[in-house]
Write a protein that binds this ligand. Sequence first.
Ligand code: AMP
Ligand code: MG
Length: 352
Amino acid sequence: MWMAATTSLAGKVKTLVRAAGEGIADAAALLRAGQLVAFATETVYGLGADATQAAAVRRIYKVKRRPADNPLIVHVLNQRQAEDYAVGFDDVARILARRFWPGPLTMVVGRGEKIPAEVSAGLPTMAVRCPAHKAAQRLLAALGRPIAAPSANLSGHVSPTTAADVLAELEGRIPLILDGGPCRVGVESTVIDLTVDPPVVLRPGSVTVEMIHAALRRKLGTRVEAIGTTSMSGNAVAKSPGMSKRHYAPVTPTYRYLRGEWHQVRAWLNRYRPRARVVRLSCEKSGAVGGQEVLIHLSAKGEQCARHLYKNLRTADSRGYDLILVEMPPDRGHVWTAIRDRIRRASQEWPP
Ligand code: AMP
Ligand code: MG
C-alpha cells in the first residue's frame, strides 16, 4: 500500500507570489516538471500538481502533511477533459456539468487509468471539478492536462482565500503562488457522489442541495428528493475519509454557541475564564461586549458570510486571543448548510 511521507521537507525553496496574469506559462512549466503551484480558484486557493504524475501528486501530501487516506480533487478545463480522464461520466454527470460548470461543484465518478491511484488515496473513484476562476482556467489550458489540487493550506488548517493566506501557510515549501485576488465563493466546493444511486452530497457548498434537486428533477422525478447531505454522518466519513469532523480549524481553541445563548456563555466566561481574551464571531450587529472581548461581525447575507468566513476565522486566530467563540447561524438551508458545516468542523460545542 502506498504511503504519503509525513516528515518535514529537507531543503527550503524560495516561494514567489506572482500575479496570475503574468505567471501562467512559468506555472505550467513547473507543473510539467513535477513541481507544485498554488493557484486561485473561485472557492479557495488550490495546491496543484499535474494529476497524471504520481510522484508530483505524492509531493502534495508531503508538503501539506495531508494524511494518505484523504483523496484530492482533479481539476479539469471542461467537460470533455473530464470525460477523457474519468469513467462512468453518465447522463446525471452531464446534466450537472452543463448546469454548474465551470463552477464550485465536484462530482465523484469512476477513475480512469490515466489518473494514478495516489490522486484518490487508492480509491477506484475520482473527484472532478471544472473551476470558473480565470487563473485556474488559463493554467489548465496551458498545461493541457488535469490538475490535482486540494486546498493550499497545511492539513487541518483553515483554507486560504487570498495569496497572502497561502504564503502564510506554505512559504518555503512551494516555488510559486499565482495570485488571482480574493476568492469569490470562500468555502470549498460542493462534493456529490454519483457512484451511488441515488447520488449523495458528501460536502455542502455554494451549489446547494436545493439547486441540485432543481437541476435533476426532470431526469430523476421524485427520486431527486432522496439526494441529501450526509457530510456529518459516519457513512460519509467512511466513504470519503477527508470528511473527518474536525477540519478547517483555527489553532486557537474555538467553541460554537447557539443564537440566544450568549448571556450564558458570558456568565460562564466570567466564572471560569475571567481573564481570557475572547474574540466572538456573530451575525448579530450588537450585543453585550465585555471589557476583554472583541466582536467580528459575520454577514447575515449567506453568500457574503461564506465569502469572508475563513478570512474572519484567520483574523480571529492571528491576534493571540485565548478563545474564539462563534455563534452558529440558524439553519435556513441553501448556502447556510455549508456555512454551518464549516463552523461545526472549525469548532467544538460550548460548553466544553
Ligand atoms: P480539499 O480539496 O482539501 O477540500 O479536499 C477534497 C475533498 O474531496 C476530500 O477531503 C474528500 O473528502 C473529497 N474527495 C476527493 N476525492 C474523493 C473521492 N474519490 N471519493 C469521495 N470523496 C472524495
Ligand atoms: Mg482542504
